[in-house]
Design a protein. Structure first.
Length: 344
């Protein structure tokens, strides 16, 4: 039997209503990739949980299979979300799979091209908002309170249920929870889900390092950020819906939430790619945080098992790479010209 997705595999651990009708794209079951070179450099046993290998290229598919399965089962015809991009693509794909109408609200001009293209390809009605993700989220909350349209942002509790499964997979592969789990934090659904998942699975608990972008770090500053800005557009969020739960997860796990600068996030993206894992900028934030904390001596990773969650694929945001490099050199189509360049 081929793998049939998260609900099929872990449904017994997920609090989903009886009316749930499974809509799956075989999401989840993503690789936990050992990183031997970076492990040696950091003195720990480092693994990347590469969530960019989900069907739409991000971890959002875990929560979306659950949210859409529930919505379909209760007879919803239309789903809506606010999104910095990945939720939009995921909602669009699962809605398409289920034959539902999908509407996605995105902040104008601030969504990476691979995500926008995905949302359009899967047939979503895409609406740009003259405002931030936070403005878009308020709007979708209001319309779902006043109409039968179903909300599939991570305020929806079934999103959290689905996203818990990544903790289960990590424990199943390692045999127990890692010592540290590092991940980016935006609207704070994912950190909430991981912590709930580890607690429920009872295979040990990691310390959690949540990482926000410096220009969008409400949980580090202790207050909302009116105009969040970061190159990591996925986490360009100033009022995280599950901010309280994120702080609780960090605190209960004896971990913390920190901020990383855009420069450090891009550097982390480059370092991960240099060992073969290309992730989008936001997805490199967890690793940027790990590097910063170990360098400062505030996180002792020595000899520890560390899982860094890379939430989205590098191909989601190709422009961040292509805009920062000169285009490749051009040579005549002859052998000598090639040898001259290669230096053979
Ligand atoms: C690659 O798609 O909020 O802390 O609307 O796309 O659970 O919000 C995306 C968030 C991390 C943060 N990494 O996760 C959206 C959206 C990537 C992301 C996050 C997002 P949360």
């Amino acid at each position: 039997m081929t793998y049939q997705g998260l609900i099929h595999r872990y449904g017994q651990y997920l609090d989903l209503p009886a009316h749930t009708q499974i809509v799956s794209l075989n999401e989840g079951n993503t690789p936990l990739i050992p990183m031997p070179r970076l492990s040696r450099e950091l003195g720990c046993e480092l693994f990347i949980k590469f969530e960019g290998l989900n069907p739409t290229g991000s971890f959002k598919d875990r929560g979306m299979t659950a949210a859409i399965s529930e919505a379909v089962g209760r007879g919803a015809k239309t789903v809506i979300c606010a999104s910095t991009g990945n939720t939009a693509a995921s909602a669009a794909a699962y809605a398409a799979r289920a034959g539902l109408r999908s509407i996605v609200l995105i902040p104008e001009g601030k969504v990476a091209v691979g995500k926008l293209a995905g949302a359009i390809a899967y047939g979503a009605e895409v609406i740009q908002i003259q405002g931030s993700f936070d403005d878009a989220l308020s709007l979708v909350v209001e319309i779902t309170q006043k109409t039968p349209i179903a909300l599939v942002n991570s305020i929806n509790p079934y999103r959290i249920e689905g996203q818990k499964t990544s903790s289960f997979e990590i424990c199943d592969v390692l045999g127990s929870a890692p010592d540290w789990l590092c991940l980016p934090v935006g609207n704070a659904g994912n950190i909430t889900s991981y912590w709930a998942g580890f607690k429920q699975y009872q295979k040990g608990l990691p310390q959690i390092l949540g990482v926000q972008a410096e220009g969008a770090a409400p949980l580090v500053l202790g207050h909302p950020v009116e105009k969040p800005e970061t190159v990591a557009t996925a986490i360009r969020i100033g009022k995280p819906a599950r901010g309280e739960q994120a702080l609780e997860a960090a605190h209960e796990s004896n971990g913390r939430i920190i901020a990383a600068s855009d420069a450090k996030i891009l550097e982390a993206q480059h370092i991960l790619a240099s060992e073969g894992v290309w992730v989008e900028p936001a997805s490199a934030a967890g690793f940027a945080g790990l590097v910063a904390e170990t360098a400062k001596g505030t996180l002792d990773a020595k000899g520890k098992k560390v899982v860094v969650v890379c939430t989205g694929h590098g191909m989601k945001d190709p422009s961040i790479i292509t805009e920062s490099f000169e285009s490749p050199r051009v040579i005549p189509a002859n052998y000598q010209a090639l040898v001259d360049v290669v230096g053979a």
